[in-house]
Write a protein that binds this ligand. Sequence first.
Ligand code: FE2
Ligand code: FE2
Length: 332
Amino acid sequence: MNIDDTAATVAREADWDTAPGLLDGAMQLTLGPEECDLAYWITSVAQGTLRDRGVTGHHVDAKVPDFLKEPGPLREALILEFGYRGVSEEIATRLLAPYVELAPGIPEMEFYATQLLDEARHARVFRNHLVELGMPADTLLRDVEELSADYRRRVLQPVEDFTLDIVRDRKDFAGGVAVFAIVIEGVLAPAAELSERKWSPLSPATSEISRGTSIDEIRHLTVASTILKDHLAAHPESRDRIVEVIQAGVRLWDEVPDREFVIHREKLFQEGMAAHADRIGDYEIWPGVRMLDTTPDQRYDMAERWTEQMAEVRMAYMGLPPELLGGAASAT
Ligand SMILES: [Fe+2]
Ligand SMILES: [Fe+2]
């Protein structure tokens, strides 16, 4: 992108009204760190995607319905979902600090600086949405810490330790890019897609917050793939090491008990969905399937299939055999 374009326009893939959905965007777009630099981020993200949505992640006209502010299974499901996602994004932000430090060139450094800010913002809008649901603002941080303690310890901590070993201890930038793009984001991104679709008929504010994060995730996934593809082309000798890192990351994700936590909140969602069936009606969560007809397992399995599809496309783009992902599909 040249300087004139950057100054004048919001890139189509970052414009709220024209950005593709996460699945299409992550599978069809190719973006690299040269185009998604700091100027792009300021113009297309801060002044584009985030225009009118910078504070809460949703437009002021996209409301939280009153029934989500009353106790009930839907509210409980949403608190768990956004509480966990907020903590995951906080960990993601902290993990990205060494990426900025290790980035081999200015384009990579600028890109990771923007991604770090994106994830900090995601953590913030997820967390603060809980206040919009009526949780007290003054005890929010402590309340979120409490409700997510098990998830953090059993699901996030192993992933955090694994990633820090690569980027902080071994100072392996490319290995770290692979872990973030294939394992960490690969799993967070389909959760964002499912969330946007699930909450769309129930809470415009919630759905918009997830939509906004999905637009960012398209960029995170595609730019990381390009960084890694270019790295592999320039350093073919690093291929075996990268492959090992990906395989170890996939094995790790296979072992963490993510499903248990997701299914618990999806069961609450199921209960709440039945109670608010009139609001959902014939709404289709994906083409040809009414959300009311889906089960917690089906929704989890669909997110898992999206993870698998998106990772396969990215692996092929990087010139790596998608079979490497092996157990990833069954784990996520
Ligand atoms: Fe994020
Ligand atoms: Fe991200």
